[in-house]
Structure formats: C-alpha cells, structure tokens
Design a binder for this molecule. Structure first.
Ligand code: ZN
Length: 219
C-alpha cells in the first residue's frame, strides 16, 4: 500500500498453498488452490475493467514446485477425477487420526475404505486396478494395522503413509506425474494486463519485475 492512498495503491496477493500442495505432491489440493487463485484473479480483473487506464495486474510465480507433468507418459490425461478428492492430504490424514481417536481403536480396513470412497471417490467414481487396491491395503496393514498411522514427514507436511499412497494413486488416476517434492527449475509464466503491461514480455529475471512495477507506479 502507498503512504498516500489518493495516489493509488499496490497490493500483493499470494496463493501460498499452491506451493504447499505441490511440495506435498497433492493433486486434489493443487487443483483446488489453483481454482481459488483464479477466483482472486477474477476480482482483480473486475476492478481492472472499471479502472482500465490506471490499473496494472501482473500474475506470476516465484518458482514452479513439484515438476508437475501432464500425463504419466502416454499423452493422455484424466484430470476430471481430481474433483472427487474432497480433502487435502494433510486434512485427510488428520481426519483419519481423529476418527481413530474418537473410536478409541485401530480403524478397520472397511472403515478406511469407506473414507477413501467418500474423500477420494475411490472404487465408486474413480476406478482402481486390483494392483492399486492391493497397494492401499498393504500400506494399511503395514501402518494402520499395527496402530495409529505411521507418519511421513517433510518441511511442509505430515501425513500418514496410507494418505500418501492414496494421493499417489489419485495422481496415477488423473494420469499426471510429479518430478519432485521441491522447487523445480522450470520457467514460470508472467501474465500482465493494463497500464504498462507491454513491459512484461520476453524472458525476464524475476528481480526485474518489481523494478518495472516501481517505474510504472512512479514510486
Ligand atoms: Zn516452496
């Protein structure tokens, strides 16, 4: 924000959880966070339509995360399955943990399967191969079967191994792939519209972006 609001304002908004979802290789959370970010852009765009001459919108990212691959190698995607993932990995893992605590016992495979049906759409809407079902069941036996779900921890997440496997299977069902759980070296797009948008073309170093905004705003 500027010191004198009569001279206009600068606002920075971040869809910070997009990065988190990608660190976590969480396909459903990733798509929902992107859709949320799209809604935020829409609000900014509506503002721009009312104040076209003095508004500039710049949309970019400071890096790509996860190395999201479209397709898993066969040039087909099945992105529509992502709508059936109702919770992020973190939320689903916490949900299973809470259920176990409330029941006061180890969750049965039937109970876990029911939760996977409701929150990932598995079996009903998202068809799994027998192999994928076996993988979930064996992770269940290895971890939940012996007590509370064993956790896989990272800087950005703490999820049980069953949830981790469920998200891996959702990734396979959507026919996408992740290259890593960290920031990638991919170039990121820069979209700009409005006053001075023409300055945001070509290949740029990210440090040039604030300098261009500064110049255009007359700071
Ligand atoms: Zn990050």
């Amino acid at each position: 924000m500027m010191k004198d609001p009569k001279k206009g304002f600068f606002m920075m908004m971040e869809g910070g959880r997009i990065d988190q979802a990608c660190h976590n290789n969480d396909p459903g959370a990733y798509i929902q966070e992107m859709l949320d970010f799209d809604q935020a852009i829409k609000i900014a765009y509506d503002f721009y339509l009312k104040h076209k001459k003095e508004t500039l919108i710049v949309i970019t990212a400071d890096h790509e995360t996860g190395g999201l691959g479209l397709t898993a190698g066969d040039y087909k995607t099945n992105l529509k399955v992502l709508q059936y993932q109702k919770m992020s990995k973190g939320a689903f893992s916490a949900h299973l943990e809470k259920m176990g605590r409330e029941i006061g016992d180890i969750l049965t495979w039937d109970e876990v399967q029911q939760e996977l049906k409701e929150n990932f759409g598995f079996w009903d809407t998202v068809k799994l191969t027998d192999k994928q079902t076996d993988r979930l069941r064996s992770v269940y036996v290895e971890t939940f079967g012996m007590g509370p779900g064993e956790l896989k921890e990272g800087e950005y997440f703490e999820v049980d191994k069953l949830t981790d496997e469920a998200a891996r299977i959702m990734t396979e069902a959507a026919q996408i792939s992740w290259a890593a759980g960290c920031h990638s070296g991919s170039y990121v797009p820069v979209f700009a519209i409005g006053a001075g948008a023409e300055l945001f073309t070509g290949q740029m170093d990210n440090t040039e972006i604030p300098m261009k905004i500064k110049k255009l705003a007359g700071y």
